[in-house]
Design a binder for this molecule. Structure first.
Ligand code: 5GP
Ligand code: ZN
Length: 112
């Protein structure tokens, strides 16, 4: 399967990994939108959030990792945002489910 994030998991495409779990990987976004911008992905390929949510245990592992990333990156206290863009109309460009962890600056609401 021609999936960029599966290639990051296999090591075929390099990435700056910040955490690795048995079933998850966290790495820095190549085009950061905030001082902290880390992507947390399941190692199993799921095309989007809805597909990942069909495996609640795995979704919970991804969610737990976002919290650990926020702690380690120093934004848990100041506030951060966890985002799953789902579908191209919402800005999803890589169709391997991923949580964006964004922080280190003020974040507006509603988002664009
Ligand atoms: P989406 O737009 O699907 O919600 O998020 C995909 C994210 O993947 C984008 O923020 C984009 O900058 C990031 N991205 C795209 N290609 C690469 C890459 O090769 N390496 C890394 N680390 N991030 C990437
Ligand atoms: Zn994939």
């Amino acid at each position: 399967m021609d999936c960029l994030f599966c290639k990051i998991i296999s090591g075929e495409v390099p990435a700056e990994v910040v955490r690795e779990g048995e079933r998850t990987l966290a790495f820095r976004d190549i085009n950061p939108q905030a001082p902290v911008h880390v992507l947390v992905i399941p190692k199993d390929h799921h095309p989007d959030f809805a597909a990942l949510a069909a495996d609640p245990e795995l979704l919970a592992e991804v969610a737990a990792e976002t919290g650990r990333v926020a702690e380690e990156e120093g934004v848990a206290g100041s506030g951060y945002r966890v985002v799953f863009n789902t579908g191209s109309g919402a800005g999803q460009t890589v169709f391997h489910a991923h949580a964006h962890v964004l922080g280190g600056r003020g974040l507006n609401w509603p988002p664009g």
